[in-house]
Write a protein that binds this ligand. Structure first.
Ligand code: CA
Ligand code: CA
Length: 102
């Protein structure tokens, strides 16, 4: 997912579950990109889904399997702050890449 600044997209839902419900047992990676300006991103659980807020669009990930799925936050350049609430790690593996300047 790229930076959506300047677009009308305010929220994005990413569903990782199988079409019939439940986990699909495949390894999915959700990539959320920040901007080249300083970003302040928060990743928190929200009713069984994972919410990524602080960027131009709020991202909600549902149906993630912690054994298979990965959330990758890439905040690019700038003095970025990413806060991951520990309970998120029970929902999805989380990788934070603060960019080349950190
Ligand atoms: Ca940034
Ligand atoms: Ca950075």
């Amino acid at each position: 997912m790229n930076d959506l600044t300047g677009t009308d997209v305010k929220s994005v839902d990413v569903g990782l579950a199988a079409s019939g419900g439940g986990g699909d047992a495949s390894a999915d990676t959700v990539v959320v990109n920040g901007t080249t300006a300083p970003d302040k991103v928060k990743v928190a659980p929200s009713g069984g889904s994972v919410k990524v807020s602080g960027l131009a669009a709020q991202v909600r990930i549902t149906g993630a399997e912690p054994a298979n799925d990965t959330l990758r936050i890439q905040t690019l350049a700038g003095d970025d702050t990413v806060t991951v609430v520990p309970a998120v790690l029970a929902l999805i593996q989380t990788i934070v890449d603060l960019g080349p300047d950190e």
